[in-house]
Every structure is written in structure tokens, then in C-alpha cells.
Design a protein around this ligand. Structure first.
Ligand code: ATP
Length: 334
């Protein structure tokens, strides 16, 4: 069995242990504009049933916009979005979304918040709501007012409120963003455990690359309205943050995110690598640039040798040199 086949085999075997509740998500050439501003442009994304995908990217790149399109809360200006082959048109019963703020109704008890909108006989609805609360570890808080709960507990209630509808697609818009570090890790474990038990497809928007590595099968980076990186996370679960492979992957995605941010600076030129000098720690890349008036010049970008190994360059390669106040950053042209 080849390396790739073995990994695919393991992935399927791992999925085989989970209920097959998740839906397939397909985004083809999605576009979203707000006035003059194009936020998403010809964005393509395929998500397999039951997959856990994390979406990262700099602030304002369109992560929440994509989630809102998937949730049917907003409409694309172009392209197509479908769930299990059916075009997304408005809210879908199989899809639930969770936000940074739990959005509980303060005048309703915890259990009533969870039961809200659930069809069926009253006793069955309450039974289902209590069961969902038990799954998030809050069975004993069912009769409380939401204001009596901590931020983490309120997010657990929000999670129970989503789960009670047995979603096949769970959209998570930075749901742990306002929590302290320990509660955050606890919640990440809970989300992972529930994802494994329920088998839904999960799409998580997060600013925390560590969180993306902890939870996702794939990390997708959005830049300039498109997907700039689609990184598979092959680490076994549950994942340990102390692990070297975990840290290396987190570093790689962060490096890419920072490069993308550098690329968004205005003062950038294209050039050709003419020399590379490296030692153990640092590398100098000399780039020849041709200015608008035809003048040839060379600039030197200093980067870590580790970074260079991860994004290998050769003499003769075309690169984009980004000038900042006191340094030149490098990126590959698109
Ligand atoms: N309803 C709207 N009307 C006008 N502009 C909007 C609207 N919704 C989003 N935008 C703009 O679209 C861009 C992307 O917003 P979005 O919330 O998707 O970004 P994001 O990547 O989720 O950002 P953050 O990480 O800061 O939450 C922003 O510039 C935002 O101002």
C-alpha cells in the first residue's frame, strides 16, 4: 500500500468509527461583494461528509462572510454553494451556527433556551433538551437563568442548543474567542468529542492557529477572497499541544499567514532571485528587481533558514519582495 493510500485508508477507518451524519459541502466560484468591495471572489472549497475544516485568515478577509453564505444567512453574488448536492437557499434544518456570543434569551431558563424551536410533544422536547445539556456537562443547570452562568457555560448551552437539532453541518464562528485559555482548551476537547460522537461536518472560523491544528482535518487559509492554503492535518487524535509535529505544523501555518499579511502591504515589487547565502540560522536572498523606468537594482531579504527550508527557493525563481519600514519580506508570486 503506498503512503497516500495508507493515509486514506486510516482516514476512512477513523471515520468508520463515527456515525455517518455529516453532509458534503461544495463551494464553486463563490463571490460576495459589498458595494465596491469584493470580499470573496471565485472561492472554491470542497468539504467531505464528516470532515472538520478550520478557516483562518487575517481580520476582514471574509471568513464570517463565507460561514454566513453556508448557513443561508446571506446570499452569494456569484458562483454556487451546495450541501449534499442541493443549492443552499436560506436556512436549512440540518445546519446550525454558533457565534462568539451565546445569544441566549435571558428571560428563559437554560433548558428552555435549548428547547427553543424544537418540534414535538412537550415532554419529548424537554427530554431532548435535558439530554443535550447532559452531553455538554450541564445537566444540573437546566433550571437556571442564563445570567447565572459563566461565559464558558453559556457557550456550552449554545452548543447544546445546536446539538439538540441533530445538525449534519455545524458552523462555528469563533465560538471560543471570548473565553479564557483554560476554558477554551476544555471547550475544544468537548467540541472534538461531540464531533466524533455525532459525526456532523464541522466548519470552524478561528483566529487561533493552535486551535485549528488541535481540531481540524484541514486548515484553509483565505486571502484576497480566495483560498491561499489548504493544509491537511495528519496528526492522530486526540492531539497533544506539546507534540513536536503539532508545533511544527502550527509554525508552518503561522508563517504562511504572516507571509500573506506581508503580501497585503502596498509597496511590493516582483523580482528574480540571483543569489542565496545560508548559515544554520539565517539566510540572505538577493533579488534583482527592475523598476518601472527599467533600472536594475538588487535588494536583500533576510529570513530564517528554517523558513527557507519550508518554502524552498532557487536561484532564478520569481518572487515578490515586500518593502516594510526596515526590512524586505518575501513571498512567491501567485
Ligand atoms: N453586511 C455587510 N455590509 C458591508 N460590508 C460587510 C458586511 N459584512 C461584511 N462586510 C465586510 O466584508 C469584509 C469581510 O468581513 P468578515 O466579517 O467576513 O471578515 P472576517 O474574516 O470574518 O473578519 P474577522 O476575523 O475580523 O471577524 C469586511 O471588510 C467587512 O467590513
Amino acid at each position: 500500500m503506498s503512503g497516500i493510500d495508507r493515509k486514506e485508508f486510516e482516514r476512512v477507518a477513523e471515520q468508520g468509527l463515527r456515525p455517518a451524519n455529516g453532509v458534503a459541502v461544495q463551494v464553486q466560484g463563490a463571490e460576495r461583494r459589498f458595494g465596491e468591495r469584493t470580499v470573496l471572489s471565485t472561492l472554491n472549497l470542497d468539504i467531505r461528509p464528516g470532515e472538520f475544516v478550520a478557516i483562518v485568515g487575517k481580520s476582514g478577509c471574509g471568513k464570517s462572510t463565507l460561514l454566513r453564505l453556508l448557513a443561508g444567512l446571506d446570499e452569494a453574488d456569484g458562483g454556487a454553494l451546495s450541501i449534499n448536492g442541493k443549492p443552499v437557499r436560506g436556512l436549512d434544518d440540518d445546519t446550525r451556527i454558533m457565534f462568539q456570543d451565546a445569544r441566549l434569551l435571558p428571560w428563559k431558563k437554560v433548558v428552555e433556551n435549548v428547547a427553543l424551536g424544537l418540534p414535538g410533544k412537550k415532554w419529548a422536547v424537554w427530554e431532548a433538551a435535558r439530554k443535550a445539556l447532559a452531553q455538554v456537562g450541564l445537566a444540573d443547570r437546566a433550571g437556571e437563568w442564563p445570567t447565572r452562568l459563566s461565559g464558558g457555560q453559556r457557550q456550552r448551552v449554545a452548543l447544546a442548543r445546536a446539538l439538540v437539532h441533530r445538525p449534519r453541518l455545524l458552523l462555528l464562528d469563533e465560538p471560543l474567542g471570548a473565553l479564557d485559555a483554560l476554558t477554551r482548551i476544555e471547550m475544544q476537547r468537548l467540541i472534538e468529542q461531540l464531533w466524533r460522537e455525532h459525526g456532523f461536518t464541522a466548519v470552524l472560523v478561528t483566529h487561533d492557529v493552535g486551535e485549528a491544528v488541535a481540531l481540524a482535518d484541514r486548515i484553509v487559509l483565505i486571502e484576497d477572497g480566495r483560498i491561499a492554503l489548504d493544509q491537511r492535518v495528519e496528526l492522530p487524535r486526540p492531539r497533544s499541544r506539546g507534540d513536536a509535529a503539532y508545533a511544527a505544523l502550527e509554525g508552518r501555518v503561522l508563517d504562511r499567514l504572516l507571509t500573506v499579511q506581508a503580501l497585503n502591504a502596498r509597496n511590493q515589487v516582483r523580482g528574480k532571485v540571483v543569489a542565496i547565502r545560508s548559515d544554520e540560522v539565517l539566510s540572505e536572498v538577493e533579488i534583482e528587481v527592475v523598476s518601472a523606468d527599467g533600472r536594475r537594482d538588487s535588494v536583500i531579504s533576510t529570513l530564517t533558514t528554517r523558513n527557507l527550508r519550508e518554502h524552498p527557493l532557487e536561484v532564478g525563481a520569481e518572487v515578490v519582495a515586500v518593502f516594510k519600514s526596515n526590512e524586505v519580506a518575501l513571498a512567491l508570486p501567485r
